[in-house]
Design a protein around this ligand. Structure first.
Ligand SMILES: *Cc1c(COP(=O)(O)O)cnc(C)c1O
Length: 233
């Protein structure tokens, strides 16, 4: 099945899921995670109507963004400090910032190219050791530090749920939404207005994420692979 069909099926299902839990599909952005496919596959996805893409390697992000500069590029991968300028040069939104020591580096890299870098703080809601991200209890301090930088704008939070149990995933997503609501109270009105994104949900669990309030879902295999099968709810 070509990407176009997977994409249309996903958008149709997004409408149904939103209807089931009182959300507006316009409030949920589908990010096509293109990290496993080449530029030709991304071109086909653009032709099918997708315009937001997620990449997890700075070099491949740079390559694809250079080939398709009109699309919106999201960085969702592990961040190494020396790669920060390359990420800033190419990413509209960085989803995976969680090291406090990276804040000043993002600010400097963004200032150098004359932009304000939109970022999300990654949170390890579930506490799984294999997952990266801030402990929920540490996010308030990092956020307070982040908003001091004039070339960073913190737009919200990102998480990855443990795979394999949708009830656990749902709990994780509800936890991230509650954390965002709580953190907004520590921000100025202007900062709080910008701090509204929840990037959560992947191929297996995006439906649960949408009903928990996701504003962005990051979908890879369900869009780009013909062998992916969704788990039973
Ligand atoms: C790969 C990846 C995704 C997409 O995962 P799928 O299960 O293929 O949908 C989403 N978010 C992050 C951070 C990823 O690395």
């Amino acid at each position: 099945m070509p990407f176009a069909q997977h994409y249309q099926n996903t958008l149709d299902e997004l409408s149904r899921v939103c209807a089931s839990c009182g959300r507006n599909p316009r409030d949920v952005k589908v990010i096509a995670v293109s990290k496993t496919v080449g530029i030709e596959a991304v071109r086909a996805a653009v032709a099918a109507g997708a315009h937001d893409f997620g990449e997890n390697r700075p070099d491949l992000l740079a390559e694809k963004a250079a080939a398709l500069p009109g699309e919106t590029w999201h960085f969702i991968g592990n961040i190494q400090s020396r790669k920060i300028p390359e990420i800033v040069a190419n990413a509209t939104l960085v989803h995976s910032l969680y090291k406090e020591s990276h804040l000043a580096k993002f600010d400097a890299a963004a200032q150098a190219v004359g932009k304000v870098q939109d970022v999300l703080l990654e949170v390890n809601v579930s506490g799984e050791e294999s997952k990266s991200g801030l402990a929920p209890a540490d996010v308030a301090d990092v956020l307070a530090h982040a908003v001091e930088f004039s070339h960073i704008r913190v737009r919200g939070l990102m998480t990855m749920a443990p795979q394999g149990d949708l009830a656990v995933a749902r709990e994780c997503f509800n936890g991230l939404a509650a954390l965002r609501d709580q953190l907004r109270t520590q921000l100025s009105a202007e900062q709080a207005a910008a701090f509204n994104e929840l990037s959560m949900g992947m191929s297996e669990d995006w439906r649960e994420a949408v009903c928990a309030g996701a504003t962005m879902v990051r979908i890879g295999r369900a869009l780009f692979s013909d062998t992916f099968e969704a788990p039973d709810a």
